[in-house]
Design a protein around this ligand. Structure first.
Ligand SMILES: N=c1c2ncn([C@@H]3O[C@H](COP(=O)(O)OP(=O)(O)OP(=O)(O)O)[C@@H](O)[C@H]3O)c2ncn1[C@@H]1O[C@H](COP(=O)(O)O)[C@@H](O)[C@H]1O
Length: 105
């Protein structure tokens, strides 16, 4: 099991934990708008690190991925769903992938 699978298992486990002692539980308790807001903040912090503080990029990227995993879990999804979508796109050029997505929309 890799670090992401372990993290996702922990996130599922913390869903019903006490929000006073678990940050993950506190996010679930606040609901999807708050989780999405945190993800957006972490994305901005990742961009800032990339542009101005590259030594912090890995740490900010980890925060970003953690909050993405929480958002996916709140929606009943996980990174395996994202992996499956990336597998589907493999071999398509970016332009072909966009065209297929637009056609399907
Ligand atoms: N990977 C993480 C992780 N990455 C970041 N964070 C938290 O994400 C928050 C982001 O920092 P901010 O300063 O932006 O947020 P904040 O001011 O604390 O929170 P807000 O009041 O803004 O919501 C911090 O509180 C970090 O501790 C994480 N919290 C938990 N995990 C994992 O989740 C597991 C379970 O955590 P608990 O639910 O707390 O037991 C841990 O063992 C870790 O493996």
């Amino acid at each position: 099991m890799d670090a992401f699978h372990r993290l996702e298992a922990t996130i599922r486990d913390r869903r019903t934990a006490d929000p006073a002692t678990s940050y993950v539980a506190s996010l679930f308790a606040k609901g999807r708008p708050k989780i999405a807001q945190k993800l957006g903040e972490e994305a901005v912090e990742t961009v800032i690190a990339a542009m101005a503080q590259p030594d912090k990029l890995v740490s900010e990227a980890a925060d970003l991925m953690f909050h993405l995993c929480v958002l996916l879990a709140d929606a009943g999804l996980d990174l395996d769903d994202v992996r499956a979508e990336l597998d589907r796109r493999e071999g398509l050029s970016g332009h072909a992938e966009k065209a297929a997505r637009t056609k399907g929309a």
